[in-house]
Design a protein around this ligand. Structure first.
Ligand code: FA5
Length: 353
């Protein structure tokens, strides 16, 4: 048959039946299969469209428009029924599971600062209250500020003791660079920039190759120092004891134990009594390792050589310095038996603070 006539007959036979078919469809599935009968690959309208290629050019525009108009009608009718069906489904759903609009909403859980941040702020606040000002320093540091000016000679075993992460900085190969092993670099930086009197605290991340229940390769320290005329070891003891009593309560057992750091003379480490064990369980305590003490910080009177390296007259001025481990302070303050818990970020652990 002549394709023009075939299309014309097909269109007039097409009629309006599809409207009734769509209206009768009670589910999305039947609606879609009714649509496929018209517009699917083998659908009636699709078959008519296929004939268009054989229609003479002068008839093509008129017939094309007629077929497309039918197609648009079918699509609009299909979409309207689809909307009706989904509205009805939603209404049925709401009726089946009625809900109480007056119920209060679920409040999103409120977060809070990480326990280490809380402890760092508590420590810095305490020292600010004692008259110290807060400074900061870089984590990627020159060997000079981390070791040399602090009187560690090159290749001194003490630099091994801290087991350093060295860093290659492109374009600056001549200056040896590292991830700072302690916050004492801030001491050097501040003392090189200004003259006494000065009392400064500074907190931040430091890095060493350490890893066990009381040691982490990345941990946090707070450094503090006071330089002025007549500053003595008794000032050091007074300030640190006041600090530890604020952290752990008046009367907490504290001991100053002589120790060596190349940048102080004399030097000490300060321990607080371990409260993770008792006299009887002490031998197997993983935190104090049977000593009944937990080391919190290192301290001492700043070595005159360090003052001179930083341009401060060591005949006129003296000073003390200390560096404490924030994780250790937090462990003892909150009874955390393993330092690694502080870095795993398990919400069940963090929710306890
Ligand atoms: C120092 O880092 C010295 N810079 C401290 C200092 C400053 C001494 C000023 C004198 C004057 P030390 O290596 O002991 O010292 O570390 C200080 C504290 O950091 C320790 O008492 C401990 O509380 C903590 N600490 C050390 N290593 C780790 C580690 N790997 N993980 C967690 N805490 C650590």
């Amino acid at each position: 048959m002549d394709p023009t006539a075939e299309i014309e007959q097909g269109l007039s036979a097409f009629g309006e039946d599809f409207r009734a078919q769509f209206a009768a469809a009670e589910s999305e599935l039947t609606l879609r299969s009714a649509r496929a009968e018209l517009l699917g690959k083998k659908g009636r309208l699709t078959q008519l469209l296929k004939l268009m290629g054989r229609v003479p050019a002068d008839q093509r525009k008129r017939l094309g428009e007629a077929v497309n108009a039918s197609k648009l009608e079918v699509e609009a009718c299909f979409q309207a029924r689809l909307d009706e069906l989904s509205r009805a489904a939603r209404e049925a759903d709401l009726k089946a599971t009625p809900f109480d609009l007056s119920l209060p909403g679920r409040a999103p859980a409120r977060g809070h600062l990480h326990p280490l941040t809380q402890v760092r702020e508590q420590v810095l606040d305490t020292f600010e209250g004692l008259g110290f000002e807060v400074a900061s320093g870089p984590q990627v540091e020159l060997e000079e500020n981390n070791f040399t000016k602090l009187a560690f000679p090159p290749d001194h075993p003490a630099t091994d003791m801290q087991d350093t992460f060295w860093v290659k900085v492109a374009g600056a190969e001549s200056a040896r660079t590292l991830l700072r092993t302690h916050t004492s670099n801030v001491q050097v930086r501040e003392m090189s920039q200004r003259q006494p009197p000065m009392a400064v605290v500074s907190g931040g991340a430091v890095f060493r190759r350490d890893d066990d229940v009381t040691h982490s390769p990345m941990f946090h320290q707070i450094e503090g120092f006071w330089v002025g005329e007549g500053v003595s070891f008794s000032h050091l003891k007074g300030v640190l004891t006041a600090f530890l009593e604020r952290m752990y309560g008046a009367g907490v057992a504290v001991r100053f134990r002589p120790s060596y750091f190349p940048f102080v003379e004399p030097g000490a480490e300060v321990d607080v009594a371990c409260d993770f064990c008792t006299e009887t369980t002490c031998a197997s305590c993983r935190v104090c390792k049977g000593t009944r003490w937990l080391e919190i910080l290192g301290c001492g009177m700043i070595h005159p050589e360090v003052l001179e390296h930083c341009g401060i007259d060591s005949e006129r001025y003296t000073g003390f310095a200390f560096g404490l481990g924030v994780e250790r302070v937090a462990m003892r303050r909150y009874g955390i038996p393993d330092i690694r818990l502080l870095f795993e970020n398990d919400p069940r652990f963090l929710a306890q603070f």
